[in-house]
Ligand binder design. Sequence first.
Ligand code: GLY
Length: 358
Amino acid sequence: MEMERRSPDVLILGGGLMGLAIAWELAEQGARVQVLGRNLQEAAGRAAAGMLAPEAEGLPPGPFLELALASRQMYGNWVAKLEALTGESVDYWPCGILKPVCGNSPVEDMGPGQSLRPEVEILQPGLGPGVVAAHWYPQDGQVDNRRLVAALDQGCRLRGVALQTGEAHRLVVEDDRVVAVETSAGRMEADQIVLTAGAWCRTLLNIPVFPRKGQMLALRPPQGVSGLGRVVFGRAYLVPRRDGRLVIGATSEDVGFTPGLTPAGLGYLLQEAQWLYPALADWTVEECWWGYRPTTPDELPILGPSPYENLVLATGHYRNGVLLAPITAQLIAEGLVRRRPHPQLAAFRWNRFSAPAP
Ligand code: GLY
């Protein structure tokens, strides 16, 4: 199919992982791109642990799992291209994910991919005695999402994307077009606009995206103690970075944008983490933080067209934004360049939540 040759003039509202990934992809294709973002510490792409876990997350079969598996498949090449451009490593690590059987799940019900204790011990020594068996997902993995956001920022700059700090206040609509955006940096206009403001999208558009808060922490092992070699995904998850730092997540709380850390939240994570890997009880707490996952009523993303002809949506990635960044960027950019939504995004349309006609 013939590609549309004209470079779109695109304004991206949201400077997090998704906004930067789309901006970089568009800029690589020669588009003129501007990003307006607030550099929020609580943005999901920065707050995340960076798991690439379509299998460990147990995503439902169908278009969403297909999208997620395709994105996992893209990851190695995608980050290699970004690293080659920027000279920065993002620590992509297809280390596999072990998912212990927790609670009272009978071992015989585990199905394919199961490993019993001796095999689990080989894959990851030192797990707690309660871990009698685990599922093993060798193709799942992780990336250092903070490094990824920083590298995307750098990649965007190197490709000429205009990165502007500011807050979008209001979409100015005439007929079925967004003719301008009122922002803290003044009035902005663009041929095409992408809304990728994560859990904050609703301040601009009435779509059902709401925050689901996650509290997180990171530990550092004592000098000379090696960290884990796999992600371990129980009721809490343990994500080891290559330098030994261990990221532990995450709570899942429907508390709106309530900021802060709680004893209950951190207590839960620490208790579950010690159940999974008792040796970490003596490690140093290095950092604690929280963030807001952009969630939708069916927990699937909203991707593609919007109520307005020149506004495209890329939000609601919930627990899987880091994983879905490459494919979201590719398909959204392709839709913008061709000026036609990508058919693979049909299952994620914004108006799927409307009540059916009587
Ligand atoms: N992706 C894991 C989480 O959102 O907690």
